[in-house]
Design a binder for this molecule. Structure first.
Ligand SMILES: Nc1ncnc2c1ncn2[C@@H]1O[C@H](COP(=O)(O)OP(=O)(O)O)[C@@H](O)[C@H]1O
Ligand SMILES: Cc1ncc(COP(=O)(O)O)c(C=O)c1O
Ligand SMILES: [Mg+2]
Length: 286
């Protein structure tokens, strides 16, 4: 079994951060150690929420406890996502160093959640800068959406070719794998949801149909996508089948959510489809 220390948000109602990724990662066969950066009532795209941002030291305190029972060496990957403060970022990098000292084969998978004010994804000040300056060079795998890719690479990205070039710019600074989770306006077609998986040698493009949710798009899709990719790669899947699986798995969740007329991702209802999707989308090598 692979063990993932998952450091991101927790929402009590609904699905975002660990509340979107923890169950699917377990359902895919990985052990998850959820370490929550915040505990909120609900995700921020409702416009208001209650709850607490964990003090930055809380993160290292918990990891110290795991080190004290000598289990840190069994950690195969650190996954980070939505942070409650920029100070938490510094603690996470310290934790990554500590995990890698205990297990030199462990990976750091960074989902650089930077916020999206127009969509209502609210992130604390300094978090975007933390991802650009500190998390990017420390990561082994990074999974930006289009806006995050532009912020990380320091330039605009208008099409697939530019997205590959921007991803390789990131690779030159640290990570070995870049997942562009949503090509959005830089994609080939506006009626499809497209992603890219890029390494120094390879680039894969994939697309799935858009499900019509109107203006109320489900949240937590990125967190689900990142978690599923990490599990696939930890299981030793090659890039192409890993990308194909996560594309179909997330599509099944979107379809189920739409079919049930819900706003929150229907992860429990779609759990079997998530592991064995009925749809298949073929990735194309660029
Ligand atoms: N098949 C699909 N049909 C319609 N919308 C989708 C589909 N897959 C993902 N989405 C939506 O696309 C958006 C992706 O958000 P974006 O900010 O680009 O990435 P991330 O979730 O990583 O932050 C989300 O609003 C999500 O609900
Ligand atoms: C608490 C929380 N965590 C995580 C996210 C990230 O969600 P997504 O996967 O859609 O980027 C959000 C987005 O609003 C959020 O409010
Ligand atoms: Mg995101």
């Amino acid at each position: 079994m692979k063990n993932i220390l998952a450091i991101q948000s927790h929402v009590v109602f609904g699905h975002a951060g660990n509340s979107a990724a923890e169950f699917p990662m377990r359902r895919m066969g990985a052990n998850v150690w959820p370490l929550n950066t915040v505990q909120f009532s609900n995700h921020t795209q409702y416009g208001h929420w209650t709850g607490t941002v964990m003090p930055a030291e809380h993160l290292s305190d918990i990891v110290k406890g795991i080190a004290n029972i000598d289990r840190l060496k069994t950690c195969d990957a650190v996954l980070s996502g939505y942070l409650g403060s920029a100070e938490q970022g510094e603690q996470i990098l310290q934790i990554v160093r500590q995990v890698k000292a205990a297990n030199p084969d462990a990976w750091y998978f960074c989902d650089p959640v930077m916020g999206h004010p127009e969509k209502g994804c609210i992130v604390a000040p300094g978090v975007a800068e933390f991802h650009c300056k500190a998390a990017l060079p420390a990561s082994d795998i990074i999974a930006p959406n289009l806006l995050e890719l532009e912020m990380l690479s320091g330039g605009s990205v208008a099409n697939v070719e530019e997205a590959v070039t921007a991803s390789r710019k990131l690779i030159a600074q640290g990570p070995k794998i870049v997942l562009v989770k949503h090509l959005a306006r830089a994609g080939r077609r506006s009626d499809r949801f497209e992603m890219l998986l890029v390494t120094a040698q390879e680039a894969w493009h994939i697309s799935r149909p858009l499900v019509d949710f109107g203006v109320r798009q489900p949240v937590g899709v990125g967190d689900l996508t990142s978690g599923l990719l990490l599990v696939n790669l930890l299981k030793g899947e090659a890039l192409k089948p890993a990308l194909e699986h996560i594309t179909a798995a997330v599509y099944e969740v979107m379809l189920k959510t739409h079919e049930m007329g819900e706003y929150e991702l229907q992860l429990v209802a779609a759990q079997d489809l998530l592991v064995q999707p009925q749809h298949h989308f073929a990735a194309e090598r660029l």
